[in-house]
Design a protein. Structure first.
Length: 78
């Protein structure tokens, strides 16, 4: 469980860096974006590529980019 949270935080941070997030939301947002991005990414793109802690890395990062971009778009409007 702890490894999954750590990997989720790393995936969320990578997704935020790729999406070009201007403000730093913190570790909790990175973990949520990483775990939600893993779920969304694996649903959309499948379970291909290397796996760590039960998460396929490439689809998870792509999903995290989608999550971060959507959240950034919504929060920038308000």
């Amino acid at each position: 469980m702890l490894l999954r949270l750590i990997v989720g935080a790393i995936i969320g941070a990578i997704g935020g860096a790729i999406a070009g997030r201007e403000n730093k939301a913190g570790c909790v947002f990175n973990i949520i974006a990483g775990l939600a991005g893993s779920y969304i990414g694996e649903m959309i793109f499948g379970h291909w590529g290397p796996h760590i802690a039960g998460m396929a890395l490439v689809p998870s990062i792509l999903g995290a980019v989608i999550i971060v971009a959507v959240v950034s778009f919504i929060t920038s409007r308000y």
